[in-house]
Design a protein around this ligand. Structure first.
Ligand code: TYM
Length: 329
C-alpha cells in the first residue's frame, strides 16, 4: 500500500490524522507499506524554499511521531525518488485535457488564483499522484474522502496504460475509513477541515498547544439547541464533534449520545477538548524530539528513499520498455 501527505503547513491537522495518518499506523503491520511526504506536490502552490524544507522535515517527524516505524514501513520524501516525476510525464501523455479538467480539487484550488492564473503544476497534480501510487503497485491507498476522484483517475490511467501497452500496473483501491472520511471545519461545519481553506479557528493542528486546542473546541460552532445528538442535516457541528470524540476514544456515537443526554453542549465539548489534547500531546512531544536531531531524521529519510527507489526503479524499468524507450547503454 501507499499513501502521501503534503508538507504545506506547519503541522498536520485533525482531519489528516483521523482521515488518513492514523490508519497508516495500523496498516504498517498488515501491509508492505510506503508513506510519502509529497514535496513535489507542495511546490504547485510555490512555497518559500526555506519553509518547504522545514515543513518537509516537520511532516516526516510527525509521521514517525504518530508511530510509523522505519523498521516496519518505508517513509520517504517524494523528490528523493526521481521516478515519480518521470512516470508522471508518461502518464500525462495518456491523460486527456478533458479528464484532467474535471478534477474538482483543481477547480477549487485554481478558483483562488483567478482565471488563467493557476499554475500548470496544479492542473497536472493528480497525474503525479497517480504516478506515486502506481510506481509501488499499491493494492490499497488509505485516504480521506476528498481523494476519491484522484483515485478514480489513477485507476483509469493504469487501465489505459495496461490496455495499450501491456499489463504493467495493479489497479489500486481507495481505503476510506467510515465515520472519519471527512472531518469538518470547527467554524464552518459545512466545509471540510482544510490546510488551505479553513480559518485557523476552524482547524485543530496536531502540534498545537493544549490551551489553544481547548479554546478552539469550546468555541466550535454548534446549533442553538442543547441535545448532544448526531444529526447531519440539523446539527452538523455537534455531529462533527461526536464523530471526532468517537474516533479518538473508540466509544460508538450512540453510546456518547446516551452518556451526554440532558447535559448540554458545555460538558460534552469539554470532554472532546481533553480527548484531543490527550491524543495530540504525546505526538507533539515526540515530533519536537525528532526535530531536535535533523541529521538523524535525514538519515531515516535516506534509508526510506533507498528502499522506495528499489521498488520504483523496477516498475519504471518496465514502463520505459513498454513505452518504447531505447535501453540505457
Ligand atoms: P493532503 O496532504 O491534503 O491530506 C493528507 C490526507 O489527509 C486526508 N484529509 C482528510 N481526511 C478527513 N477529513 C479531512 N478534513 C481531511 N483533510 C485531509 C486526505 O484525504 C489525505 O488522505 N493529494 C493528496 C496527497 C497525495 C497522495 C498521493 C495521497 C499525493 N500523492 C498518493 C495518496 C496517495 C493530498 O493533498 O493530501
Amino acid at each position: 500500500m501507499l499513501s502521501g501527505i503534503q508538507p504545506t503547513a506547519d503541522s498536520f491537522h485533525l482531519g489528516n490524522y483521523l482521515g488518513a495518518v492514523r490508519q497508516w499506523v495500523g496498516m504498517q503491520d498488515t501491509h508492505e507499506a510506503f508513506y510519502c511526504v509529497v514535496d513535489l506536490h507542495a511546490i504547485t502552490v510555490q512555497p518559500d524554499p526555506k519553509e518547504l524544507r522545514h515543513r518537509t522535515r516537520v511532516a516526516a517527524a510527525q509521521l514517525f511521531a504518530v508511530g510509523l516505524d522505519p523498521e516496519r514501513c518505508t517513509v520517504f520524501v517524494q523528490s528523493h525518488v526521481p521516478e515519480h516525476s518521470e512516470l508522471a510525464w508518461v502518464l500525462g501523455s495518456l491523460t486527456s485535457m478533458g479528464e484532467a479538467s474535471r478534477m474538482t480539487q483543481f477547480k477549487d484550488k485554481s478558483a483562488k488564483y483567478g482565471e488563467g492564473a493557476a499554475g500548470v503544476g496544479l492542473f497536472t497534480y493528480p497525474i503525479l499522484q497517480a504516478a506515486d501510487i502506481l510506481l509501488y503497485q499499491a493494492h490499497q491507498v488509505p485516504v480521506g474522502a476528498d481523494q476519491k476522484q484522484h483515485l478514480e483517475l489513477t485507476r483509469d490511467l493504469a487501465q489505459r496504460f495496461n490496455h495499450r501497452l501491456g499489463q504493467t500496473f495493479r489497479l489500486p483501491e481507495p481505503f476510506i475509513m467510515k465515520g472519519v472520511e471527512k472531518i469538518y471545519d470547527l467554524q464552518d461545519p459545512s466545509a471540510k477541515m482544510s490546510k488551505s481553506s479553513s480559518s485557523p479557528q476552524g482547524i485543530l493542528d496536531v502540534l498545537e498547544q493544549p490551551g489553544s486546542l481547548r479554546k478552539k473546541v469550546m468555541r466550535a460552532i454548534t446549533d442553538t439547541g442543547s441535545e448532544v445528538k448526531a444529526d447531519e442535516a440539523d446539527k452538523p457541528g455537534i455531529t462533527n464533534l461526536l464523530r471526532i470524540q468517537s474516533a479518538l476514544t473508540g466509544v460508538p456515537v450512540p453510546d456518547l449520545e446516551q452518556r451526554y443526554a440532558g447535559q448540554g453542549y458545555g460538558a460534552f465539548k469539554k470532554d472532546v477538548a481533553e480527548t484531543v489534547v490527550e491524543a495530540f500531546t504525546p505526538i507533539r512531544e515526540r515530533t519536537e524530539a525528532l526535530l531536535a536531531d535533523e541529521d538523524q531524521l535525514d538519515r531515516l529519510l535516506a534509508i526510506g528513499a533507498e528502499r522506495a527507489r528499489a521498488v520504483a526503479g523496477e516498475t519504471m524499468a518496465q514502463v520505459r520498455d513498454r513505452v518504447g524507450f531505447l535501453p540505457r547503454g
